[in-house]
Write a protein that binds this ligand. Structure first.
Ligand code: BTN
Length: 321
């Protein structure tokens, strides 16, 4: 109901919407409308109320609530069910919990702030409120376990395309799942599975996107390697716009993937990949390999040719370019 009210106010931004019209559409009393308006104000919306004229929306906050995302969402399946939290330890952890209960795919868990955000390789992910996008999407593809990394690559392509469409900025992908702008990390993707034997139950795709942070929002030790859309462009972005765009891009690519396989996604990924054809260093728990990044396999594994001409299959590593 609150979502419909917001929709009415936004559709008539800077104009008054009469209490009568609202109560006809929402089929509720004037008192109930007042209560919804108070809730929206508490969430940061500036709404003017004038007797005999009605309500007028003056300003919306840069919120990542389900209302703000839903207003912009153009997908059919993904993100149609959103669980929003003002503050949460980790959307990834919550999505794991939800995925175990849900039969359908597409649920999105979003938080304005994470107090225990998780990164790859056991690292933490700094997620202050009001600045970035911290979200986890639940998918339930019927694919073999070893193909799951393809979805990380698919997500990276989708995120790069969404950023380009919404901001005009051209980001690059660093294998497997870092997205860089001007050589600094702007997005991290963490893909986790719920599976049994060779059967995938859920793929949980966590995305951490640095959007409106200023330099001082980043801890000193990562200032030289991390950045935000704001730092790189000097502009501020509406986070819900970007979330809706990412969902749309993932859905479009995911539909292609389910229908035709990984072929096109692989080509798209390769066209954005920063590391291919270059000499790189891959550091993993199994050691360090230096060499030429030759390409990726159909399962998303990185092929690295060392100076002796041996080709190594890299499944998980930190890459230095
Ligand atoms: C990386 O290390 O590059 C991956 C970072 C992934 C961070 C996101 S933020 C939303 C989701 N919730 C988490 O706790 N982590 C992921």
């Amino acid at each position: 109901m609150k979502e419909t009210l917001l929709h009415m106010l936004k559709a008539n931004e800077n104009e008054y919407v009469s209490g009568q019209d609202i109560s006809n559409v929402l089929n509720c009393s004037r008192t109930a409308i007042w209560k919804h308006v108070s809730d929206l104000r508490a969430a940061g919306y500036e709404i003017e109320a004038v007797q005999k004229k009605g309500y007028r929306l003056l300003r919306s906050p840069d919120a990542v609530t389900s209302e703000e995302i839903m207003l912009r969402l153009e997908t059919e399946r993904l993100g149609r069910k959103i669980h929003y939290y003002p503050s949460l330890k980790s959307t990834q952890e919550m999505a794991h919990h939800e995925a175990a209960k849900a039969d359908e795919e597409g649920m999105l868990v979003v938080a304005d702030e994470q107090t225990g955000g998780r990164g790859r390789l056991g690292r933490s992910w700094h997620s202050p409120s009001g600045t970035g996008i911290w979200m986890s999407l639940i998918l339930k593809p019927r694919i073999p376990l070893q193909k799951a990394p393809q979805l990380t690559l698919l997500t990276a392509v989708a995120v790069v395309r969404a950023i380009e469409k919404k901001t005009g900025l051209a980001a690059d992908i660093k294998w497997p799942n870092d997205i860089l702008l001007n050589g600094k990390k702007i997005v991290g993707i963490l893909t986790e599975l719920q599976a049994e034997a060779d059967q995938i139950h859920s793929v949980i795709i966590g995305m951490g996107m640095n959007i409106n942070q200023k330099l001082e929002h980043f801890q000193e030790d990562i200032r030289s390697i991390a950045t935000s859309l704001h730092i790189e462009s000097g502009k501020e972005f509406v986070r819900a716009d970007l979330i809706a765009a990412v969902m749309l891009e993932i859905e479009e690519l995911y539909d292609i993937y389910l229908k035709d396989g990984f072929g096109l996604i692989k080509l798209l990924w390769e066209s954005r990949a920063l590391s291919l054809g270059r000499r790189i260093t891959a550091r993993s728990l199994n050691g360090t390999v230096k060499g030429l990044a030759k390409g990726i396999t159909d399962d998303g594994v990185l092929l690295l040719e060392d100076d002796e001409g041996r080709v190594h299959s890299i499944y998980s590593a930190d890459i230095e370019i």
